[in-house]
Every structure is written in structure tokens, then in C-alpha cells.
Write a protein of this length. Structure first.
Length: 164
């Protein structure tokens, strides 16, 4: 009887620990993400790389390379959400395999980003989202010179992805 009780207790503890071993709350945007035709990576060394492959929404193939810095502004442990600012300086652009100086990536109807431009935005990681964008990057066009008001106020270029 004691042996059975010990086995049941051990199983219950293992089940409890397994349930608690999910993703930790992220304290940085570092990682590799993808969703649909877009994938992006933010490295520990401050390198930003985005790749868009041809899709029904946008037939172009393009790459955006850059460097980035970030802050951690909010941690909502109950809802498993972290939010911070992110600034990306564009260092290279490639369109359909050829280097270019500028690229339209939104419906802003201007030269949205160019080599040397700085994208001001927010990163938001939502661990409880099951599909369709645990990581959100919200940027305004460099023409505005402004960061969106907050991580939920909308932006001109929203990039979403799930961890790879």
C-alpha cells in the first residue's frame, strides 16, 4: 500500500512539473520566427534579418538586413506578455535577388525603408497565443520619425511570427 501511494504521489508530482515546464516569460525579442511568407530573426549580437518570399498578397521576394537595439518595458506575468521598444537600423535591402537602396513594404505609398533608415517600433511577445503571431514587431515608416504611441496603438508595418 505504501509503495502504491509513493508511486501515485510521484506520478502526480511529475504531471505537475510537466504542466509548469512551458515557455518562460521572454525578457527579450531574441529568436527566430516565421508566419506565412515571412520569417525573421533577431540575434543576441543585435542583428536583424527578415525574409519575405513570394505570396498571393505580395509577389516579391525581398530581404531586409539591419542592426537593432531593444528595451524591456512591461512584463505581464499573469497573461504571459512582454513588451518593449525596438529600433532597427537598415543596413541592406535585396529585392528579387538584387541589392536595392529602398523598398516599399507597406501601403504607405512612399519609399518606406531605405539603407540607413531607422525603424522605430515595439516588440510584443504573447506566449498564450497558440497560432498566428506570438511575436509582433510594430514599426512606423521612417518618414514619420515617430514610434507608434504604444504596442497596441497600430503601426504602418506589422510583422508577426511564431517561434521556429
Amino acid at each position: 500500500m505504501k509503495k502504491l501511494s509513493l508511486i501515485l504521489s510521484s506520478i502526480m508530482i511529475l504531471i505537475f512539473l510537466a504542466g509548469c515546464s512551458g515557455d518562460e516569460i521572454r525578457k527579450s525579442p531574441v529568436g527566430s520566427y516565421s508566419f506565412g511568407s515571412t520569417s525573421f530573426e533577431l540575434t543576441r549580437q543585435g542583428v536583424f534579418h527578415l525574409e519575405h518570399t513570394s505570396s498571393s498578397e505580395d509577389s516579391r521576394n525581398y530581404l531586409v538586413d539591419g542592426t537593432y537595439t531593444y528595451t524591456l518595458d512591461t512584463i505581464d506575468e499573469e497573461n504571459e506578455i512582454t513588451i518593449g521598444k525596438i529600433d532597427v537600423t537598415v543596413t541592406g535591402l535585396t529585392l528579387n535577388g538584387s541589392p536595392v537602396n529602398s523598398l516599399d513594404v507597406t501601403v504607405y505609398q512612399k519609399r518606406d525603408i531605405w539603407v540607413g533608415s531607422k525603424l522605430l517600433g515595439w516588440w510584443k511577445y504573447m506566449n498564450l497565443v497558440s497560432y498566428g503571431g506570438k511575436m509582433n514587431l510594430d514599426f512606423n515608416s521612417p518618414y514619420t520619425g515617430l514610434r507608434p504611441e504604444d504596442a497596441n496603438s497600430g503601426s504602418q508595418w506589422l510583422i508577426v511570427g511564431d517561434p521556429k
